[in-house]
Design a binder for this molecule. Sequence first.
Ligand code: FES
Length: 169
Amino acid sequence: MVEADSRAVLGEDIAEFIDECRKDEHPRGLLIAVLHKVQAKFGFLDGPHLDAVAQLLRVPAADVSGVASFYHYFRLKPRGKYMIHICMGTACFVKGADLVAAKLKDELGITFGETSPDGMFSLEGTRCIGTCGLAPVMMIDENVHAEVTPDKIPVILEEYLQKARAEKE
Ligand code: FES
């Protein structure tokens, strides 16, 4: 990839940010900050994004992909339309979060860190989100779903699917 292609992949805003980072004495130390910016813009980091960062920041591609895959925070695949976080903290766990998580995995056909084949839902387990009194708790985007049970899962997922269909109409 030539430099102009890398700039086109990331967009001029990020390319200019990387230009500034490169002036630093240790540009590699700013790699995580750059990756955060790229993910904030695109929602995930794919191969061309990582190659472009490597080229513009002048660090080895293996270092960039190593950092991106090491940190759980970075997503290497596009996320679904809706992001599900199921709390696996202690209070939620003792109230059956593991059963809710199992039902989610079963319904969506995916495990934590994956996106459903239809691109609608991404699933993550998370630590305590601070609403233990409502355990077990699940968040879908910014919405908190309290006292979730496995049998509520299909109903809740269907609500979001309907919402998505309504948006398309
Ligand atoms: S343990 Fe789930 S909200 Fe605190």
